[in-house]
Write a protein that binds this ligand. Structure first.
Ligand code: VGL
Ligand code: ZN
Length: 202
């Protein structure tokens, strides 16, 4: 089977010193870099969270505190976030220790001010980002996925990949969770197992 590697949101704001930090995020870098060198992958596709400053996923744009529960049923929610991954800022850049020159394609997401986008496949209101068509056009049938954050963007990416019919494997030592609620990471892993997702180590 032709395989692709998906690298989700390895951007400064999701690392330890960023505005929406994932604990121990930098521990995945060595795994991600090593995995990208594996010639088994026909293509490496990275996602890049890429919000305008007026993005409605930012709590401040509602006059609210970060992590306040909020769901407008039209692509924002289930919580509001701290300002993160603003277009053109350092926080939105790929981490300096990630060998991002190896990315073949970069899919930017969350660019419309009223719609958030967790998955590399489609925005939270269902709009396609084109990744599915890209991977199909390249004859890809199987995906290995790594990156940040396990319990948000990676989880939604896995969910959409399954709906679309890709075989999908999660590189478990190449991802970490944000754990907005205690237990989110374990719940996500349990969901993956139930859905037939393979958890692999690299
Ligand atoms: C993410 C929250 C908001 C992620 C992106 O990459 O997991 N989480 N935007
Ligand atoms: Zn975001």
């Amino acid at each position: 089977m032709r395989k692709a590697l998906l690298v989700v949101d390895v951007q400064n704001d999701f690392y330890e010193t960023g505005t929406l930090p994932v604990s121990d995020a930098s521990k995945i870098n060595e795994v991600v870099n090593r995995t990208m060198k594996d010639p088994v992958y026909r293509v490496i596709v990275a996602s890049q969270d890429w919000h305008p400053s007026n993005h409605m996923s930012f709590a401040v744009n509602h006059g609210k505190e970060p992590f306040t529960p909020f769901d407008n049923g039209k692509g924002i929610g289930p919580v509001l976030w701290p300002v993160h991954c603003q277009q053109g800022t350092r926080g939105a850049e790929f981490h300096q220790d990630i060998e991002s020159y190896r990315f073949d394609y970069i899919v930017r997401k969350g660019t419309h001010p009223f719609v958030d986008s967790y998955s590399i496949f489609r925005e939270n209101d269902g709009t396609e980002l084109g990744t599915d068509g890209l991977l199909r056009a390249l004859g890809i049938e199987e995906l290995d996925v790594c990156g940040l954050a396990l319990d948000y963007c990676l989880k939604y990416t896995v969910h959409d990949a399954l709906l679309t019919g890709f075989k999908i494997n999660v590189i478990i030592n190449g991802t970490k969770g944000v754990e907005t609620n205690k237990g989110d990471v374990q719940r996500t892993i349990d969901e993956f197992k139930k859905a037939g997702v393979e958890l692999i180590e690299k």
